[in-house]
Unconditional design. Structure first.
Length: 205
C-alpha cells in the first residue's frame, strides 16, 4: 500500500470467491444460521465459549435480543470487520469471518471464523480464510494476522495451515473444558509470507 495509515475497518466490503462470498450481515436473512451457530454445543466447545455441557442454556427472548443487537450493529464498527460467509451456489449464510483486536500501531489484528455444520468439510472455510486474510493484507495494509486454535480442533488447524498460517507456540492449559485442561495453539501469518503464496503455502514451498 502507498499509504499505510489508511487502514479503515469502517468499510464493509463484499469479497467474492469461487465457492463463497463474504458480505455484511443481512440480519433477517442470516439470523437462523447465526442462531444455530450460537446454540450449537460443538461450536461452543471448539471456540472455547462454552466450558462443558453444564454451560448449555436455553435460547430465550433475551438471548435472541442480544444476538440481533450484536449482529445488527456490526456494520457500525470502525475497529473490526465482521462478515457473513455465504455459500454462493445456495446464496445461504453458513457462518461468519472476523478480523478483530486491531492494533493500529503494530498493524496487526486477530482472526476468527465460525461455520455452521452445513458449511463444514467442503473447503468453504479455507476459501473464506483466504478471502478475508487477503483483504487484511492487500487492502488494509496489515502486517500480522494471528489466531488461536484449541488442541482438540485439528481440522481447523489444518485449514489455517492450508491458508498459510504457521504455529508460533502453545498456550498450555489455556482452556478448562468439562474438567479437562486444553492447550491453545497460537498461529500467525505475516504480510511478506502472504505476498509469496497468497494463501496457498504448499504451492510456494
Amino acid at each position: 500500500m502507498d499509504d499505510l495509515s489508511r487502514t479503515d475497518f469502517s468499510v464493509k466490503p463484499t469479497l467474492v470467491g469461487e465457492k463463497v462470498l463474504l458480505r455484511p450481515f443481512l440480519l433477517d436473512q442470516d439470523a437462523p444460521v447465526l442462531r444455530a451457530i450460537l446454540r450449537d454445543p460443538e461450536v461452543g466447545r471448539l471456540t472455547g465459549s462454552d466450558h462443558g455441557p453444564v454451560d448449555a442454556q436455553p435460547w430465550d427472548e433475551p438471548a435472541e435480543e442480544r444476538m440481533r443487537s450484536w449482529y445488527g450493529t456490526r456494520h457500525e464498527q470502525i475497529d473490526r470487520l465482521d462478515l457473513a460467509v455465504v455459500e454462493r451456489v445456495t446464496d445461504t449464510c453458513v457462518g461468519e469471518a472476523v478480523l478483530n483486536e486491531w492494533d493500529s500501531d503494530n498493524r496487526s489484528c486477530n482472526f476468527r471464523i465460525a461455520l455452521a455444520e452445513a458449511g463444514q468439510g467442503r473447503g468453504l472455510g479455507t476459501e473464506a480464510v483466504r478471502l478475508i486474510v487477503g483483504y487484511g493484507f492487500e487492502r488494509l495494509g496489515l502486517h500480522r494476522i494471528s489466531l488461536g486454535v484449541f488442541a482438540f480442533n485439528p481440522r481447523a488447524r489444518r485449514a489455517y495451515e492450508k491458508a498459510g498460517f504457521v504455529m508460533e507456540g502453545i498456550r498450555r492449559d489455556a482452556l478448562l473444558y468439562d474438567d479437562t485442561w486444553v492447550d491453545e495453539i497460537v498461529m500467525s501469518i505475516l504480510a511478506p509470507e502472504w505476498d509469496r503464496h497468497h494463501g496457498h503455502r504448499g504451492a510456494a514451498e
